[in-house]
Design a protein around this ligand. Structure first.
Ligand SMILES: [Cu+2]
Length: 350
């Protein structure tokens, strides 16, 4: 049944763990609306014949529908609309919530290509290699205009915006090659902005990754400074450390837990940060990026809004490197004993 409907509707293969559920909702909506509109059409035809005007003097009687008829006419469509909304929303939330065991890949879109960067390894253009059967999270940003990352076989489509990160995730059920399209009209080359997901067997993926890493090390060794080709290649965390120093972030931020002009970066990732307006946010990738691009959008409680905006001063890959660097600053020792005063508002775990 699934296969028949999929073919009838010309839908592509179902290659991710989302695909079947999304399609099932699709079939449900299509079949219900199809049945209903056919019923309405046939009833209309029947009424044409049955209640046609028979004489010149015939008039239409006035009919007062009963309350239960009204209830039926309003309630039935409402019930279906609410049901679709509920099922769709559940699926939406699932797609918006990447599982915590996912591997991360940074995606940078620009006119007219897709760049993929693995946190501790290689970069690639237009080809995204992932292991089949594993959860993969994509952290995406654009260098110029709005693009949209779309893989029809996976049933995922997510807008990619300049100056901020959006995320999506997927789990490719089988090794294979799947087309990536841009689903947001982004200029003259929009239709050639194509890429490919190559889902490999997990072992093949590991082999590819370690081969790429060896290649990186070799290239790094042969370059006199070791940094010549950065930020195109190399370890994102190391790049981030270098960029933070170059851009002067460390004049205001520390990485050892002490408070300076700005909050410390130690344990910043996923810290539950209290803002000046009293709200509490989770310091995820999106928040970290926003803090660099629009520092005044969310001011951390207890600090002055003195941080300059880095919008346009640091490029997409550099932002990714800074985020990875901040994420790498985790203290795994939990300090016990008397506190030395807050390095930041200690609201974690409240
Ligand atoms: Cu595009």
């Amino acid at each position: 049944m699934n296969e028949l409907l999929r073919r009838l509707l010309f839908l592509p293969d179902q290659a991710s763990t989302f695909a079947r559920d999304i399609d099932q909702l699709h079939y449900f909506v299509i079949v219900t609306t199809f049945v209903m509109s056919t019923a309405v059409g046939l009833t209309t035809l029947f009424f044409f014949v049955r209640y046609r005007r028979r004489s010149e003097t015939q008039t239409t009687p006035h009919i007062e529908p009963t309350w239960w008829m009204e209830l039926g006419f309003i309630g039935t469509p409402l019930f279906f609309f609410m049901l679709w909304f509920f099922l769709g929303f559940r699926e939406f939330v699932r797609q918006q919530t990447p599982p915590s065991d996912a591997i991360d890949v940074y995606v940078m879109a620009k006119k007219w290509m897709w760049k993929f960067a693995y946190p501790d390894g290689p970069n690639a253009i237009n080809v995204l290699r992932v292991p089949a059967g594993r959860n993969v999270r994509l952290l995406m940003t654009s260098r110029d205009v709005i693009h949209s990352f779309y893989v029809p076989e996976f049933r995922i489509k997510q807008d990619v915006l300049p100056g901020r990160y959006t995320q999506t995730w997927f789990n490719a059920v089988q090794p294979g090659r799947y087309q990536i399209l841009c689903a947001e009209y982004c200029g003259a080359g929009h239709s050639i902005m194509r890429g490919e997901v190559i889902a490999l067997k997990p072992q093949e993926f590991e082999d590819w990754l370690s081969q790429q890493r060896r290649g990186l090390v070799a290239r790094q060794d042969s370059s006199p400074t070791g940094l010549d080709f950065a930020p195109a290649l190399g370890n994102l965390v190391d790049q981030g450390r270098r960029i933070a120093a170059e851009q002067g972030c460390l004049k205001c931020h520390t990485t050892d837990g002490t408070r300076h002009i700005g909050p410390t970066w130690l344990d910043l990732y996923h810290r539950r940060e209290k803002l000046q307006d009293g709200s509490i946010i989770d310091a995820d990738e999106a928040y970290l990026t926003e803090s660099m691009m629009e520092p005044t959008a969310k001011i951390v409680a207890g600090f002055q809004p003195v941080m300059p905006s880095f919008q346009g001063k640091i490029a997409g890959p550099e932002v990714a490197a800074l985020v990875e660097y901040i994420k790498s600053l985790q203290s795994d020792v939990v300090r016990t004993g008397p506190s030395e005063g807050p390095a930041y508002a200690p609201i974690r775990g409240r």
